[in-house]
Design a protein around this ligand. Sequence first.
Ligand code: SAH
Ligand code: SF4
Ligand code: F3S
Length: 477
Amino acid sequence: MELNEKDLAADLPEEETARQYHYIEKARKLVQAMGEAAGRPMTFYVETFGCQMNARDSEKLRGILLAMGYVQGETEKADFVVYNTCTVRENANKRVYGRLGKLKRLKKENPHMRIALCGCMTQEPQVVERLEKSYRFVDLIFGTHNIFRFAQLVCQMLEADDQVVEVWEGTDQIVEDLPAQRKYPFRSGVNIMFGCDNFCSYCIVPYVRGRERSRSPEAIIEEIRRLVDDGVVEVMLLGQNVNSYGKTLAQSVSFAQLLARIEKIPGLRRIRFMTSHPKDLSDELIAVMASSDKICRHLHLPVQSGSTRILEKMHRRYTKESYLSLTEKIKAAIPDIALTTDIIVGFPGETEEDFQHTLDVVRQVRYSSAFTFQYSKRSGTPAAAMADQVPADVVQDRFDRLLETVQAIARQECARWEGTTGQVLVEQVDRQDDRLLTGRLGNNLLVHFPGDLSLIGRIVDVHLTACRGFYYMGEMI
Ligand code: SAH
Ligand code: SF4
Ligand code: F3S
């Protein structure tokens, strides 16, 4: 073992990407040997618990595991299970602990099995403490900042007898060009920035994802060009607050300018992005969207609350009025835009009157869909220390009323397009009826229509015959 490490050190590349490829090669040999010993290929299973950024990280983990010679498994009955966790709400953590219990039983049945935990949860010291103490069967624990070292950590894990833990407090490194797998060959997420500097008072993300940093426009465009060469027609640009893109770069570039450059990439058909923070959404961005052929007519614009008083306590840095005038401006410039949002009910100190302002915003903006959340106390955030936490039954009651309002409006918004023709990116065979295909309109609505497999990945014109609540039945034309 010592000799091995010396050999490795001798020809270990200094540049980080090359280093990680070196470890991928090393792991390949280890995985191959394990497969030979077991008499079958070694399988892996990666599960994502969090947001789109978390999902993109999982694609990178899968890409690396495939490069190591692991074969993708369908279930947790695999030789290497990775949980990529989320800690944005208490429930997310509970789910992971529950599922780990199940993995422990599976591990008893499979001597080859290894378990890794990564993502936002593991950035919290109390979580790592608990894992080190009571979850010794977890073989590898790492965080969000050192995820690019996955290949190296897997090698360490495969050679170690004990739990391997490596969690960094932060990083300013952005490591480019590591492998990534995609769920669909025709669509890909693309990180344009990492971290968040907004510190909304309820939110754990800035603590577990670190400071905001943007990738260079050149690196982003180069990645998208390569994806397009590989068959991608739609990209989803990812960041916690894409509207502040570029602020950390030496040569300042705005998000709107980045979009205008991405628009010019030949072969790319659709551009999506998330998430937009209302406080930073510029007129320049609205203008670029309005004149674009490729940017989808969908904007996710989390409002969180409709009460200016609560927004202030949330540290969102906009008011009910400024949010409403922003959405009016967007709708005037782009009449066919679908607006979606995130809403939290039961933030500390929220009164019935505050909640009525939230309902009022929902009614005025008319969201096509909304993710609604009950406020969850995240220790370490300023809101967790606020005195007047709202009782659970009050929160539940408001939540139910909010959902009812949101859904009634979303149904009406969905029905707006009945009888029109829309461009649909075909995703897959319909899960319920294999004579049908399922695809997505630019505004993110799903459409089911008759058609054959060969259309998957293509953008086709579909007549939207009948609206069924939140989706459409259609006919290709
Ligand atoms: N960066 C994005 C949101 C990332 S987290 C933005 O600023 O909009 C996704 C959503 O989780 C948030 O929009 C918020 O609605 C919700 N959320 C975050 N912290 C929460 C908490 N403590 N309790 C309940 N919901 C929360
Ligand atoms: Fe959290 Fe606010 Fe950052 Fe979004 S912008 S990730 S809600 S701190
Ligand atoms: Fe969750 Fe981390 Fe995303 S906390 S919402 S997975 S950034």
